[in-house]
Design a binder for this molecule. Structure first.
Ligand code: F6R
Length: 262
């Protein structure tokens, strides 16, 4: 794992966006795995800026989102499809048919999940997967004890995740769906590169457990220790309990420029 500590979430998001942009420039038909939630918002804003000001071209890019709430139609304001349209897709030149979000309204969940996995394979696999992290260490909606071999499937949100996400539903926990469809940990581990982003003190414990703790399904993100190219972009607050923070800074500062954004 490579840990990149930046002072604030804007610097960290810009550094992560440069990695995404470099991939798209080198491989214009790159397949991106995308996340929702508050964490990737500054990164998406930076990608939109790069599209407008630097001509970053998404016309051949293909995307697959990690997850979707079960029971929310794509038109629902808090559906992850709406989130993606609003915060990224509607602001760049990506083709709508190249964007994929699990179907939260499917009547046949297993078939729909299998088709999602197949679509990823048919697209050539995910080149770069963006991840946020839950305060309980989840990635996607793979909550603690999720199988490391899991694929796209239905999951039940933990009470902690329901409480964390109530902020998107006017603070009303009863409005937060209890179930979702999420890529599995196996699906995420198949991505060629994983970028995990975390900001704020509330993520410090989950980040320390994921990066420096034992690999355990109790902390799903800890599996990234086994991924060949996992980059963790954190701000100082979420890095505050990392034991080896000084070492990670030392490694990053000693890199040649070309390697920093790769
Ligand atoms: C979202 C997702 C989740 C979030 C995580 C953190 O697609 O898969 O794992 O990344 O819950 O959410 P925020 O960024 O809102 O703190």
């Amino acid at each position: 794992m490579e840990v990149i500590i930046k002072q604030g979430k804007l610097d960290a998001s810009r550094a992560a966006a440069r990695v995404v942009a470099r991939l798209i420039r080198e491989k214009p038909d790159a397949v991106l795995g995308l996340a929702t939630g508050s964490t990737p918002l500054p990164l998406y804003r930076e990608l939109v800026r790069m599209h407008r000001e630097e001509g970053l071209d998404f016309s051949r890019v293909v995307t697959f989102n990690l997850d979707e709430y079960l029971g929310l139609p794509p038109t629902h304001e808090q559906s992850y499809r709406q989130f993606m349209n609003r915060n990224l897709f509607d602001q760049i030149n990506i083709l709508p048919e190249n964007t994929h979000v699990p179907d939260g309204m499917t009547q046949d969940v297993p078939a729909s999940c299998a088709a999602y996995e197949q679509a990823i394979i048919d697209a050539g696999g995910i080149d770069l997967q963006l991840l946020g992290i839950g305060s309980d260490g989840h990635i996607g909606f793979n909550e603690p004890t999720s199988s490391f071999a899991s694929r796209t499937r239905i999951k039940t949100l933990t009470p902690q995740t329901v409480a964390d996400n109530a902020r998107f539903f006017d603070g009303d926990e009863s409005q937060v769906p209890r179930h979702c469809i999420t890529m599995g940990i196996g699906t995420i581990m198949d991505a060629r590169t994983n970028l995990l982003l975390a900001f704020g003190e509330g993520k410090a414990e989950a980040i320390a457990a994921s990066v420096e703790g034992p690999v355990t399904s109790m902390v799903p993100a800890s599996i990234l220790q086994h991924h060949p190219v996992a980059k963790v972009f954190v701000d100082e607050a979420s890095a505050s309990t990392l034991e080896l923070a000084d070492y990670y800074q030392w490694v990053y500062n000693g890199k040649p420029d070309w390697q920093k954004d790769a």
